[in-house]
Design a protein around this ligand. Structure first.
Ligand code: ASP
Length: 339
């Protein structure tokens, strides 16, 4: 049987580090090194490895992920595995999912434990990602699955996966939706298909988002008794600050502190402002609570309702909408599709 052709694209991250003379871990390994560390890969797939960059994922940018998506869109292969750092994987994988509409598996993986530690997880995660990319069920449902993240033998939808711990090995989860599949021995055990209606709506509105200009979005977390001085700074100095949109990590089902409400409302009149759940995702309320700082009044005042996305993913989506040149009403429709 012919082996599937799998492209491995390496961006950097802990999975690609090696120790310097002081023992500090530095970016260094390329895609060939990662593949060479897992000899069994050659029996599963025809691997073509390419080093795209050697940077920590905390330093990746929107432009780089747009360029990566364009590269993946043009590849003639049976599957793609991207390796990168874990720090922004929940954002980059979601952006790839918004930009790519391919019928081959596209998988992002990484490592929490670096190669100098006992039992690093990078080689196992790369092997699992390639196994998932080669699996017949995954290949048959690739478009329905969208971009996937494989960590510790679990497969997650890019729209749902979150990094839920800064250091431990099992740092990834999809708290709202759970995993799409599990890897057991060498078998992929399917568990679910993701609900992708919102991604389909977003893609239809976004069109070709790749040509647009960087459109910085501020992410502001609203805590107890927040006075809103940063909101005021954006209201008064938007042009100097350069932000084109704002995502508010809001309380509960969509509430903000009452003292900050007038500023939140003024802000929404100046730049597209999305209210997103600081609880970390999950559908928000629309018509339960009254009063000026709750969902009914905020929605009436023109705040865009974030839906089930985590605020980090809402920020990625808003940047992508603004880059694509969408106006406020269309942006609201896109977010609305996320429930
Ligand atoms: N700072 C690293 C990165 O995201 C951490 C990691 O890979 O886990 O690139």
């Amino acid at each position: 049987m012919t082996r599937p052709r799998i492209k491995v694209l390496a961006l950097g991250g802990t999975i690609a580090t090696r120790p310097d003379a002081s023992g500090a871990m530095q970016m260094g390994l390329g895609a060939d090194d990662l593949v060479a560390a897992v000899p069994i890969l050659a029996t599963l797939a025809e691997i073509d490895a390419e080093t795209v960059s050697r940077v920590g994922s905390h330093s990746l940018g929107f432009d780089q992920i747009h360029a990566l998506a364009a590269r993946i869109a043009a590849l003639e292969v049976d599957g793609v595995v991207v390796t990168q750092g874990t720090d922004t994987l929940e954002e980059t994988s979601f952006l790839l999912d918004l930009l790519l509409d391919r019928d081959i598996p596209v998988i992002v993986t990484a490592a929490m434990r670096n190669p100098a530690l006992t039992s690093p997880d990078g080689p196992g995660n790369l092997l699992a990602a390639v196994r998932v990319a080669c699996d017949p069920w995954v290949r048959a449902h690739a478009r329905a699955l969208g971009v996937m993240v494989v960590m510790l033998d679990e497969v997650y939808a890019a729209a749902d996966v979150l990094k839920v711990h800064p250091t431990r090995l099992n740092a990834f989860a999809a708290p709202q939706a759970g995993p799409l599949a599990a890897l057991v021995e060498d078998r992929v055990v399917p568990l679910a298909l993701p609900v992708r209606d919102a991604i389909v709506v977003a893609r239809a509105r976004l069109g070709d988002a790749s040509g647009g200009k960087e459109s910085p979005v501020a992410l502001l977390w609203l805590g107890l008794d927040e006075p809103g001085y940063l909101l005021e700074a954006i209201v008064d100095h938007r042009d100097q600050l350069g932000y084109r949109g704002v995502v508010l990590g809001a309380m509960g089902g969509g509430h903000v502190p009452e003292r900050a409400t007038p500023l939140v409302v003024r802000l929404a009149g100046i730049v597209p402002t999305v209210v997103s759940p600081r609880a970390g995702g999950g559908p928000m309320l629309r018509q339960t609570y009254g009063g000026p700082s709750s969902e009914i009044a905020l929605r009436k005042a023109g705040l865009i309702w974030g839906g089930r996305l985590h605020p980090l993913k809402a920020r990625v989506l808003l940047e992508t909408c603004l880059r694509a040149g969408l106006g406020r009403a269309t942006i609201a429709e896109v977010f609305d599709a996320f429930g």
